[in-house]
Design a protein around this ligand. Structure first.
Ligand code: ZN
Ligand code: ZN
Ligand code: ZN
Length: 372
């Protein structure tokens, strides 16, 4: 591993330790998942045998692994970071080992937000007198503020999914099913540099009124708006997520008018992103613009979500949130409208707040894409 990566993870561990000092918990326990990947670069597969990073503010980090995972752990940045690795054997009680690695006492400890329930309960059994909380309160504020490398990774992911959207006009044909279109789009997601397809939503006509519709046997017909929301994981673990609306031929005039309003709402919200604006203000802005066409009541979800090593992470663009946007925060801006039984629309870009404004990871045209 190069020294730049060692420095990056060492810096994250230091920031986590500082956050722990300022928190009320004695330590956090991190099992395989995005937090572990973020903190030490170890992309371990979650298995029934527990692997756990023990982070405290008073002692050096320890990674506790089943003996058979030792070589895999050492092959990760853990070795270069000089993190102590402690193994347990099949007959050992790993929860007791983890409990011993925490500072003595009866203080609370955090479990990572994605920890399996069986492990959460195993830990509770080993430390019945200590309160459990979620570690996210300590870790999420770190992950929410992306460093320069992470911003680069998100911009690369955005460019990759933009190339997929650019290829969709060559794929979509009237008479194919959503599922057929979806499988061709999935192949393109991999061909354009992702290592994994995370989701492919092809929602034509009335299916567009369900924001998380995936694909179906519905046959795409001319004149139907088709909401296409796609995303994947890049080699470094960072995610893409972008939505555009297509149509074979022309939608009806009423849809066109509603879509134009949505496009204005999305553009105005992206333009409003800068340091100092609150998340709540960003959530309400598209609602005000959609209200001009009486569409606000049909915008039934939050305006966006953070993105990084997970597709959905903090900050969530929620109504009323006082969280202040800072440089390095990365999130989607994805207003939509959903009219049950009729149609839907959503326009989605990933944006990053910069020192003086915003940069968009997605740069495909936002206009309704009408194909012949
Ligand atoms: Zn979503
Ligand atoms: Zn999204
Ligand atoms: Zn999306």
């Amino acid at each position: 591993m190069n020294s730049a990566s060692v420095t990056r993870f060492a810096d994250r561990l230091l920031r986590a330790r500082t956050a722990l000092e300022q928190s009320s918990v004695d330590g956090v326990l991190i099992t395989p998942g995005p937090d572990l990947q973020y903190l030490i670069g170890y992309d371990a597969v979650p298995l029934e045998r527990i692997t756990c990073l023990v982070l405290t503010s008073v002692s050096a980090p320890v990674l506790i692994v089943p003996r058979l995972e030792l070589l895999a752990a050492q092959a990760s940045p853990v070795g270069a970071l000089g993190i102590e690795v402690s193994t347990w054997d099949e007959a050992d009680d790993p929860y007791g080992l983890i409990a011993d690695a925490l500072p003595a006492g009866s203080g609370a400890y955090g479990v990572d937000d994605r920890m399996w329930a069986a492990k959460v309960l195993g830990l509770r059994g080993a430390m019945p007198h200590r309160p459990q909380v979620v570690a996210g309160a300590v870790i999420n504020p770190l992950r929410m503020r992306k460093d320069a490398d992470e911003v680069t990774a998100l911009l690369q992911a955005g460019a990759a999914i933009d190339r997929v959207h650019a290829g969709i006009p060559q794929i979509l044909r009237a008479g194919m099913t959503e599922a057929q279109a979806g499988s061709l789009i999935g192949e393109l997601i991999l061909a354009e540099g992702h290592t994994r397809v995370d989701f492919v939503i092809v929602a034509a006509g009335a299916n567009g009124a369900s924001p998380h519709h995936e694909v179906s046997d519905h046959v795409i017909a001319p004149g139907e708006p088709i909401v296409i929301d796609i995303g994947g994981t890049m080699p470094g673990g960072y995610r893409s997520d972008s939505t555009r609306v297509y149509c074979i031929g022309e939608p009806d005039a009423q849809y066109r008018k509603a879509y134009d309003c949505l496009q204005r709402a999305q553009a105005a919200t992206v333009a409003a992103v800068r340091p100092g604006v609150t998340i709540g203000e960003l959530d309400s802005l598209p609602r005000q613009i959609l209200a001009e066409e009486e569409l606000a009541e049909f915008f039934i979800h939050r305006t966006g979500h953070g993105i990084g090593l997970e597709t959905h992470e903090e900050p969530y663009l929620m109504m009323g949130s006082d969280l202040v946007v800072e440089p390095g925060m990365a999130f989607s801006v994805e207003p939509g409208f959903y009219l049950p039984g009729r149609y839907g629309a959503r326009i989605e870009d990933i944006v990053v707040c910069t020192n003086d404004g915003v940069v968009s990871a997605n740069n495909q045209p936002h206009e309704l894409m009408c194909l012949n």
